[in-house]
Design a protein around this ligand. Structure first.
Ligand SMILES: *Cc1c(COP(=O)(O)O)cnc(C)c1O
Length: 384
């Protein structure tokens, strides 16, 4: 899927890593006639992904947002309940809480990991709190040991939003099996893609059974067309699962290619723009590289960030994305309680952060070009 023709070719932020294997399995699914949500690839994909994420059970669904919604509904979280989420995340995390009828409580992130700050989580708990929904932002796992302690102390459910962190580990164990449930996305720019897709993993057999029941119209397994609850159609198709099965088989190689790209970035940036901080690594977390994420030095506001990104594109043919806008700055979440310490870390990171071309097809020369482009754009954006 690489589009590099010359040195000055446009470098997109993300490209899916697809091969003949994905094509072959997708054809196999079509040729078999199993194009909808029954078929052998669903089980193959679920088994493979459960193994990859160190969880007993995997329930494939249609996307990452509904994975979170389904997990909350399965846990009977809804009206009148509060769910703790990080202020700095992709909006789907908070939106799914609202879809479930519950209230997101926005907690600031740790400046070192960019993930939810466990100390602040403890002070955000009220009698209405039902769950902590921790996000492994940009591939860096949240501090799951500290979060599990808080969850246990207050009787809360701990759910991982691992949409950006397939294959990452914390304390030697893969994300996906570190809480009560974990939610994944297989969108086109994620580390594993099925086009659109998602999954919930869990070690709890009863929860897994309930997730399967709810995602398939909440129809009784004993009596056809008998629905004891309002259900959903959140099923994944066999064609999507076919693509995903190929991705799982290729995952070690795909992940290594992404890590190699980040290593090239670290080497080039250390020489060319040493003040720029790249993806954090805070043990015992073992992050993966979803997006190459850069924190720029100096004073940044939205205007300068925008200027930098437009310079990267127009002068250097380098695509970029700002970090997420904190939930506390978005209208739909204006009524949510916000818990932060002395400074607004989410806001600072969101203004200083940009995601850079992260395709595993990037060469050493491409990365060198990005490093010089970033250096140039930092300088020029300061003069505006
Ligand atoms: C991508 C993403 C989601 C949503 O996944 P979709 O498959 O796009 O619905 C949820 N949370 C985070 C943190 C994400 O990055």
């Amino acid at each position: 899927m690489t589009q590099q023709t010359s040195k000055a070719a446009f470098l997109p932020v993300a490209e899916p890593n697809l091969s003949d294997l994905e094509r072959r399995y997708a054809h196999e699914a079509i040729d078999s006639g199993w194009v909808s949500s029954l078929g052998p690839f669903i089980e193959r994909f679920e088994k493979g992904f459960a193994a990859l994420s160190g969880a007993e059970h995997c329930v494939a669904v249609s996307n990452g947002t509904v994975a979170i919604h389904l997990a909350l509904v399965a846990a009977r979280i809804g009206q009148g309940d509060e769910v703790i989420v990080p202020d700095l995340t992709f909006a789907a995390t908070a939106a799914a809480v609202v879809h479930a009828g519950a209230m997101p409580v926005l907690v600031d992130v740790d400046p070192k990991t960019w993930c939810i700050d466990p100390a602040l989580v403890a002070s955000a708990v009220t009698p209405r709190t039902k769950a902590i929904l921790a996000v492994h932002l940009f591939g860096h796992p949240a501090h799951m040991t500290a979060l599990r302690d808080v969850a246990r102390r207050h009787g809360l459910l701990l759910i991982e939003d691992a949409a950006e962190a397939h294959g990452a580990k914390f304390d030697g164990r893969p994300v996906g099996g570190l809480g009560d449930m974990a939610c994944f996305s297989f969108y086109g720019n994620k580390l594993i893609t099925t086009g659109e897709g998602g999954a919930v993993t869990t070690g709890d057999a009863a929860l897994a059974k309930r997730l399967r029941f709810l995602k398939d119209h909440a129809m009784s397994p004993e009596r056809r067309y008998f629905h004891p609850e309002v259900g959903f159609n959140y099923r994944m198709t066999n064609i999507q699962a076919a693509i995903g099965t190929a991705q799982i088989e290729r995952f070690p190689e795909m992940l290594a290619a992404k890590q190699a790209v980040l290593a090239r970035y670290r080497a080039a940036f250390a020489r060319v723009v040493p003040d720029v901080v790249l993806n954090p690594v805070v043990p015992p977390a073992e992050p993966v590289c979803w997006m190459v994420s850069a924190l720029l030095p100096g004073a940044w506001d939205e205007a300068r960030q925008r200027a930098l990104m437009s310079l990267l594109k127009s002068e250097h043919q380098v695509d970029s994305r700002p970090f997420f806008v904190p939930m506390s700055e978005l209208t739909p979440y204006a009524g949510c309680r916000v818990v932060r310490g002395g400074t607004d870390v989410s806001r600072d990171l969101s203004r200083r952060g940009v995601c850079l071309p992260s395709s595993s097809a990037l060469t050493e020369a491409d990365v060198e070009r990005v490093a010089h482009a970033v250096g140039d754009a930092i300088e020029r954006s300061a003069r505006r």
